[in-house]
Design a protein around this ligand. Structure first.
Ligand SMILES: Cc1cc2nc3c(=O)[nH]c(=O)nc-3n(C[C@H](O)[C@H](O)[C@H](O)COP(=O)(O)OP(=O)(O)OC[C@H]3O[C@@H](n4cnc5c(N)ncnc54)[C@H](O)[C@@H]3O)c2cc1C
Length: 261
């Protein structure tokens, strides 16, 4: 039977762009270009490698996000994933991590899965908790923060590197894993992959498809609230140290003043 892999991929605002908050203190997503979270590229890569080693596997990439989030799905499809699911609904506006995990879990259940692969964190929210929340909601084991991952005989195995030790972990499928940026360089989509992605299926689901009530998500259903936000102050001109014999001393004093040394 085919190994069904679902990879959760997030469409994030480009960190190099100028980001702002909207009036309701959510991120103004219309104001900035977005892209597939770089950390989720590692998750797609690991899914592709697991699928290459399996007799028969199918990779579905899943995102919860606005219309433009399709770009993230297309990138993952052009890397080699087989199909995509896009969950989009106006009522998702303002959804926090708890709501996002609810939507993802319902979509994963509806899609059917043996293995869920997530990134270690998104590059915008960086909560790093969605994989654990997914495992809890799905009622399956979680093996998180893996820098090496493989699947054999219905078991997912991996290595988690800590500061003082590396652990070898395993769990029976179905399971949720998350992979780190040490798991292996993500491949670039080839021209052939980009062309093939245009023909791959992308399903669109809304909250009704997932039997989720509007008040379970969005700002109303959020467990967290942003009370206020302040613009980052404009950059000021740096301190220039001219070395006229005393440069080293001045530099050391500056660093000490900033509590760097
Ligand atoms: C339309 C919309 C509006 C939102 N508005 C707000 C808001 O106002 N305030 C707020 O706090 N949050 C909001 N969110 C949710 C927020 O952007 C995060 O998706 C959510 O809080 C998860 O937090 P994180 O990204 O830090 O997750 P992490 O736990 O850091 O992510 C770990 C992994 O989980 C997966 N993942 C996370 N998010 C998604 C996703 N959306 N789709 C697919 N995979 C995912 C990825 O694999 C990722 O690598 C909104 C989301 C959407 C879709």
């Amino acid at each position: 039977m085919s190994l069904r892999i679902v990879v959760t991929v997030k469409y994030v605002p480009d960190a190099t762009g100028d980001r702002h908050f909207a009036d309701d203190l959510t991120v103004d997503r219309d104001d900035v270009d977005g892209l597939l979270s770089e950390l989720d590229e590692y998750a797609v890569e690991q899914a592709l490698q697991i699928a290459e080693d399996a007799d028969d596997a199918e990779i579905t990439v899943l995102t919860v996000g606005p219309e433009d989030a399709k770009d993230a799905l297309r990138k993952a499809l052009s890397m080699g994933a087989d199909k995509a699911i896009h969950v989009e609904d106006d009522d998702l506006h303002g959804t926090d991590v708890i709501g996002t995990s609810l939507v993802l879990a319902k979509a994963i259940e509806k899609a059917g899965y043996d293995l869920v692969i997530s990134g270690m964190a998104s590059t915008d929210g960086t909560a790093g908790v969605v994989p654990a929340l997914l495992a809890e909601r799905l009622g399956v084991p979680q093996v998180t923060l893996l820098s090496e991952v493989s699947v054999e005989d219905g078991v997912v195995k991996g290595r988690r590197d800590g500061d003082t030790a590396s652990e070898q972990l395993e769990a029976s499928l179905p399971a949720v894993v998350s992979v780190t940026d040490q798991s292996g360089e993500a491949r670039y989509p080839s021209f052939k992959g980009i062309m093939a992605a245009k023909k791959k299926p992308v399903e669109s689901w809304d909250l009704e498809d997932l039997e989720i009530e509007a008040d379970e998500v969005g700002l109303e259903g959020a467990w967290t609230k942003v009370d206020s936000a302040t613009e980052r102050p404009a950059r000021t001109a740096g301190t220039i140290v001219k070395d006229e014999g005393e440069g080293g001393k001045q530099l050391a004093e500056f660093l000490a003043g900033q509590k760097f040394i």
